[in-house]
Design a protein around this ligand. Structure first.
Ligand SMILES: [Fe+2]
Length: 377
């Protein structure tokens, strides 16, 4: 057994001791074999070190991830692997994806320019209307909600920056606003809240922003400054106050555990509460160089385990419900290697739907607590 930092972990390594969060909640049992998804889970819980098993007493040398099979592939019957190219490849091979990608990239560049203007040339007026129109045009290129989330989840494989994160959060927030039946005016303000929410991160070095594992105290102190920095960049703009508040308050949490002001439910602006959910969802479902993305069902599971009390119930419940229902009738991969179709979402347990296996049998995942959906395929 030896201690290992999160950055050294690779799929296939066995955990030697149970892993607990700082609040004492067990998130991984001893003996668990790591997958990319489980490494992602450790990252999200801010775990920095874990004990791993070293068979025969020899120090285990993790292999680079690129030399390994795609995650979960070792569990998938070979026939299934042969006929199912990765979902990301499938999404990316659609002709519409290329057109979407071009528009997406244009919008990322516009955000980059507008952030630079706001920060370095505050005397120059900016055209918020144009960036908003481009963003709603991008959203309208998606015919279905599945299309939208598919593209969203795959876009950051190529483009991983604060700008693309802001664009994703804007698009997710806009979708949430539609689900919540917001007016056009509210949808536009909410979209702008997303576009500008992390402008304060621009001055944080990228190696800190993209660091796998836990931040040092100094690094975290720097990160925690970005909401106020963002607010200060935006405060003199002739823009809706809700946009400025979203930059300042999107890391506040309903139970008072957020930052910078440790506000509680009732003290946090509604739009900032929506941006907080979109922000966390994008972080969970984005692919990063050091870990694979969580699939939407795993993201829902993490929101539920993390504690729904962190977020406004009127927004988080609608959001998770809608995300789960987006995948009704979709194909999914289970943690036991089987693939299935989602037949019906269980409203009392969103991550445990009724599914139809490839042999035709329909099973209720509520009765199979050890089964998990790990991928959309
Ligand atoms: Fe942020």
């Amino acid at each position: 057994m030896k201690k290992c930092s999160i950055g050294e972990l690779r799929p296939g390594i066995k955990i030697a001791e149970a892993v607990f969060t700082s609040k004492g909640q067990m998130i991984m049992e001893a003996g668990t074999i790591l997958t990319s998804e489980l490494i992602s889970r450790l990252t999200f819980y801010g775990i920095s070190m874990v004990s791993i098993e070293t068979p025969g007493g020899a120090a285990e040398v993790p292999q680079p991830e690129r030399e390994k099979q795609p995650e979960a592939a070792s569990n998938v019957p070979s026939r299934s692997r042969a006929v199912n190219p990765s979902y990301a490849q499938k999404v990316k091979s659609q002709p519409e994806f290329m057109a979407y990608q071009i528009e997406y990239q244009k919008e990322v560049n516009s955000i980059r320019i507008i952030f630079d203007t706001i920060i370095n040339h505050p005397e120059v007026s900016i055209n918020i209307r144009q960036i908003l129109d481009d963003c709603s045009k991008l959203a309208s290129l998606n015919n279905t909600t599945v299309d939208f989330f598919d593209r969203l989840h795959n876009m950051r494989l190529d483009e991983d920056s604060v700008y693309s994160h802001c664009l994703n959060v804007a698009l997710i927030a806009r979708q949430m606003g539609k689900w919540l039946r917001f007016t056009h005016e509210e949808l536009d303000v909410l979209t702008l809240c997303g576009l500008f929410h992390d402008i304060g991160k621009i001055q944080i070095p990228e190696e800190i922003l993209n660091k796998p594992g836990k931040y040092t105290e100094e690094e975290f102190a720097l990160i925690r400054q970005h909401p106020l920095a963002g607010y200060n960049f935006l405060k003199n703009l002739p823009a809706d106050e809700r946009i400025k508040k979203a930059a300042l308050l999107h890391h506040e949490r309903s139970d008072g555990s957020g930052y910078p002001q440790k506000l509680k439910a009732g003290q946090i602006d509604d739009f900032a509460e929506i941006i907080a959910i979109a922000d966390v969802y994008d972080a969970m479902t984005a692919a990063r160089s050091y870990r694979s993305p969580l699939c939407p069902f795993q993201a829902i599971d993490m929101f539920e385990r993390d504690g729904l009390q962190l977020y406004s119930p009127k927004y988080i419940l609608t959001f998770l419900n809608r995300i789960a229902n987006t995948y009704q009738n979709n194909r999914v991969l289970l943690n036991n290697g089987q693939s299935a179709n989602v037949v019906m979402i269980n409203s009392k347990s969103l991550t445990r739907p009724m599914i139809q296996l490839d042999n035709g049998s329909v099973v209720d995942m509520l009765n199979l607590p050890e089964w998990e959906i790990i991928k959309i395929i």
